[in-house]
Design a protein around this ligand. Sequence first.
Ligand SMILES: Cc1cc2nc3c(=O)[nH]c(=O)nc-3n(C[C@H](O)[C@H](O)[C@H](O)COP(=O)(O)OP(=O)(O)OC[C@H]3O[C@@H](n4cnc5c(N)ncnc54)[C@H](O)[C@@H]3O)c2cc1C
Length: 299
Amino acid sequence: MADQVDVAIIGGGPAGLTAATYLRRFLRSCVVIDAGHSRARYIPESHNCPGFPQGVSGRELLARMRAQAETFEARIVEARVERIENSGEGFTVSAGERRWHARNVILATGVADRLPEVPWCEDAIARGALRLCAVCDAYEARDQRIGIHGPADGLIGHARFLRAYSPDVALLPTDHALAGADAATARELGVRVLPPGGTLDFDGERCHYRTPEGDETFDTIYPYLGHHSYADLLRGLGLPADEGELKVDLHQQTRIPGLYAIGDVVSGLNQISVAFGQAAIAATHAHNTLPHRPRGSVL
Ligand SMILES: Cc1cc2nc3c(=O)[nH]c(=O)nc-3n(C[C@H](O)[C@H](O)[C@H](O)COP(=O)(O)OP(=O)(O)OC[C@H]3O[C@@H](n4cnc5c(N)ncnc54)[C@H](O)[C@@H]3O)c2cc1C
C-alpha cells in the first residue's frame, strides 16, 4: 500500500525543507524523504545566508529549517529513494519497502562534492583549511595564501575569481602542467603554477602541497574535483541529466509535467538563497496545479 500525498519532496536540504514549509502553508499534504547527507552540513559558518548577520553553521541552519517545516506538520522521513515511476495520474516513489503516491514530485537531491581522498578532509573543511565554494567564502579567505587544486584544464577560471581576493594564489594541478594560453593567463594574473601531481597534507591548521621539488603551505586550498549529481534518479523516467545537472522551466518544472527540480541538482548557481527561491517557485506552481480545495462547508 502506498501513502497518498499531494507532493513528495525528495531531499531534505535547504531546498526540500523550504518547499515543505511552503506546501504545508498552502494546506497541501507532503512528505520529505531524505537520506540525510545535505551539502550544507559541511558549512562551518555561512556569512552570505540572508538573515544571519553574524553567520550560521550549516547544521544549525538545517535544524532551524527542519523545525520550521515541522511547525506546519511537514512529515520528514529518513530514507533513500531508489525509484520514481510516472503513472500518468501521478508518481510512485519507492524507498526500500515503502511507497508514496504523489500528484507532484519535487526533486531536491542536490549534488555531492568529489573530495580529495584523504582521511582528514572533514577536519580541514571545518577549520577552513579546505574550502569547497569560492562564491560562498572567498571573502573569508581574502589576503590568505590560497591554493587551487584540480585538473589543469579547469583551473584558470577559478584563479581569475580568487585572484580578486588575494595577491598570493597558486595553482596545484592534479594531472599535467599548464601550457599555452592557460600558462600565459596565469602569468598575466600573477598566479604561481606549482608542479603537477603533488600530494595534499594537513597539519591540523593548514594544508600543504608536497612535490619532489618542495613543500608549500597554504592557509586555504580550494579543491575543484567535480561532483556527483543525484539527478541520476530520473534516468528511469527518460530524463537524462545534462552533465549531471537538470534543466527546468520558469516554474522549476522538468520536461515531465508535475516533476519539479530545485536547488543544487538544477543547473545554475549552487547557493542556499537560490535553493530557497527555487523551492518557493516550485511549491507555489505545484500548489496551483493541484485540485482546488475550498475550505469548510458551502452554504
Ligand atoms: C563547505 C561548503 C560551504 C558552503 N557554504 C555556503 C555558503 O556559505 N552559502 C551558500 O549559499 N551556500 C553554501 N554552500 C552550498 C550549499 O550547501 C548548497 O547550495 C545547498 O546545501 C543546496 O541545497 P539543496 O537542498 O539543493 O541540496 P543539499 O543541501 O545537498 O540537500 C540534498 C538532500 O537530498 C538528499 N538526497 C539525495 N539523494 C536522495 C535520495 N535518492 N533519496 C532521498 N534523499 C536524497 C541528500 O542526502 C541531502 O540531504 C556550501 C557548500 C559546502 C560544501
